[in-house]
Design a protein. Structure first.
Length: 202
């Protein structure tokens, strides 16, 4: 009985060590996955920066990265006439460049419209909710017209004045808040298949 007990205790210790080793391997795989995603996101950020160099230099667009999200912020002056949702003709070329880059991205695309806090009430728009939504839809149509982006990747959101960049206390600030944002949202799951063979089996 005594020998049997020692055997079970040794066996349990080996199992515990094995589980601990597998946990360490799992963490190493996750770290590699995060590093790969960071490199992947940064590569697409740099590509957008190159394709949109002209517009970025004039501040018609702003390109930012927040963690695993890359955001193209489009000022109203670069894309729409005041109070309208029809895209300016020159802006279609910009969207074409964005679509070319987005084609090779494994990301979801969230297009959100934003306004200032000045109420609008016209025959076409009952509120800023409708204006911001209509502008986001126009941008999506501009992106999809190339046929390069799978429409299932795209979500449209109208946020009115609920997420201002700055306070709406000056004319300049209100103009900054009137915008459309195109967010490319990346997730570690895009590398699941590539890293699956490195995962330890429990």
């Amino acid at each position: 009985m005594h020998l049997s007990y020692e055997f079970r205790e040794d066996n349990n210790e080996e199992i515990a060590q094995d589980v601990e080793e597998k946990k360490k391997r799992h963490l190493k795989v996750k770290d590699k996955q995060k590093a790969a995603l960071n490199h992947y996101v940064n590569t697409h950020y740099q590509r957008l920066n190159y394709l949109l160099e002209t517009e970025l230099s004039t501040e018609e667009l702003i390109l930012e990265r927040f963690g695993n999200d890359v955001v193209v912020r489009v000022n109203e002056s670069a894309s729409f006439d005041p109070g309208r949702d029809k895209l300016n003709k020159k802006f279609h070329k910009v969207l074409d460049n964005i679509a070319v880059s987005a084609r090779s991205m494994s990301s979801n695309i969230i297009v959100s419209g934003h306004t200032d806090n000045i109420p609008i009430a016209t025959k076409r728009y009952r509120s800023n909710w409708e204006l911001s939504s209509a502008r986001a839809v126009s941008v999506v149509h501009g992106l999809l017209r190339t046929g390069l982006i799978d429409r299932q990747r795209v979500t449209v959101v109208g946020l009115a004045d609920t997420q201002p960049l700055v306070s709406n206390d000056t004319v300049k600030n209100r103009s900054l808040n009137r915008r459309v944002e195109i967010k490319f949202s990346f997730d570690e799951s895009i590398f699941d298949d590539a890293f699956e063979k490195l995962e330890p089996e429990y």
